[in-house]
Design a protein around this ligand. Sequence first.
Ligand code: SME
Length: 160
Amino acid sequence: MYTFEIDDNAPKAQLYDDLHSAALALVDGEPDGVANMANVAALLGQYLPRLNWAGFYRMVDGELVLGPFVGKPACIRIALGSGVCGTAAASGETQLVDDVHAFPGHIACDAASQSELVVPVIHEGRVTHVIDLDSPELARFDADDRAGIERLAKTLAGRI
Ligand code: SME
């Protein structure tokens, strides 16, 4: 069992530093990508408040396929360019969406989701995965969340 101390009152930058350190400690030296995604999904759920879903989609044969996550069962396959995840995967660009209902083509896996942050994981020039965070609050994610998850995505590239 791994236990991490989580300071709920820590400033956001500190929270992401701690999350990053915990993720690194878990994935370092572990070559199994599924195990690493599963542990990082658990950390995202533990460290980040006000989420209803957090996890991974993997690029498999030109489409996104569901990976390890915490939250309700979700859409299994997402076409490139479709929804927030497919847009992030197709463009290689982070998608920070304050109101998912205003995002053309948003895919509602969990009706509770109001805002979403999707960050591509890029390894050797190709998008291999996306990290997807959903919140039941409008505009839950800001530039600090974006920076924190983008840093995590860089660390995970080639390890998941
Ligand atoms: N809302 C996403 C689909 C994935 S779920 O949020 C887990 C989208 O529009 O791509």
